[in-house]
Design a protein around this ligand. Structure first.
Ligand code: CMP
Length: 136
């Protein structure tokens, strides 16, 4: 039974030309792209997306980064899509947490510039998909 998750390829991933590589990994895993769009996000959307991190030291810098250029927003669908994408992504810290073979483990170096975002729970996925793709 299909589950949906919100995936972002952050501005660092787009700028480094890793969109194709990352989408390829999602597709090879057997997950499906239900929605896919290149867009530059405004401050309000970025704040809403990262509301749980408001007040943390890295929040202003995170907002600046995520609004700095085009990113890819996608709804990814499939069996256990939420944990399946998090497995593909690897842990938040690309060196200490993400293992080789994961997107962050293979291509990331700095925690803020960790290339991708994936919803961390069904509740987050519902909230994030409604925020990024309100028409769906
Ligand atoms: P993400 O999975 O999108 O969720 C929150 C984001 O904040 C995270 O990926 C990183 O890009 C960023 N982040 C989390 N922790 C830190 C940190 N300690 N320093 C800088 N950025 C961070």
């Amino acid at each position: 039974q299909a589950e949906r998750t919100l995936v972002l390829i952050k501005p660092d991933g787009v700028q480094r030309g890793l969109v194709g590589e990352i989408l390829r990994r999602i597709e090879r895993k057997g997950l499906r792209l239900a929605r896919l769009e290149l867009r530059t996000v405004d401050d309000a959307t970025a704040r809403a997306h990262y509301a749980e991190h408001e007040g943390k030291g890295f929040f202003p810098s995170l907002l600046e980064f995520i609004t700095s250029g085009p990113l890819v927003a996608a709804v990814v669908e499939g069996d256990r899509a939420i944990p399946a994408f998090r497995q593909l992504a690897g842990g938040t810290d690309p060196v200490d947490k993400a293992t080789p073979g994961s997107i962050r483990g293979d291509f990331g170096l700095i925690t803020q510039f960790n290339l991708v975002h994936g919803s961390d729970s069904p509740e987050s996925a519902a909230r994030e998909i409604a925020l990024w793709f309100p028409e769906s």
